[in-house]
Design a protein around this ligand. Structure first.
Ligand SMILES: [Ca+2]
Length: 112
């Protein structure tokens, strides 16, 4: 009986972790995506082309994902300047201070 309880608890903890993982699936193919919070949570947005100023998103992004077939570059300043953070196809990540990418992206480039 004790083994059955332990198995039930383990199953419950796995089920609880699923929703956080599911958020990354918000990102559609051929898009670059971002979230206000780490671990692909909070306000979600996605882009299908280069964006010289991430209006409404400037210095607010804490995680991002690239579901294109080519790289994207997130830049810490507008107009594709400042420090670049390149993500190759199907790469994702969360950024926490003092990582330079934390709450710093201002523009987004789509590499060919
Ligand atoms: Ca910035």
């Amino acid at each position: 009986m004790a083994g059955g309880v332990a198995a039930a608890v383990l199953f419950a903890s796995v089920a609880l972790s699923a929703p956080a993982e599911a958020h990354i699936s918000q990102c559609s193919s051929n898009r670059a995506c971002a979230w206000f919070d780490v671990d692909y949570s909070g306000t979600f947005g996605q882009w299908s082309g280069p964006t010289s100023y991430l209006s409404g998103w400037n210095d607010l992004i804490s995680s991002s994902s690239n579901r294109r077939t080519h790289a994207v570059g997130w830049f810490t300043d507008s107009g594709y300047s400042g420090n670049p953070w390149v993500q190759y196809p199907n790469e994702s990540g969360s950024y926490i201070w003092p990582h330079f990418a934390a709450d710093s992206f201002s523009s987004l480039w789509f590499y060919a």
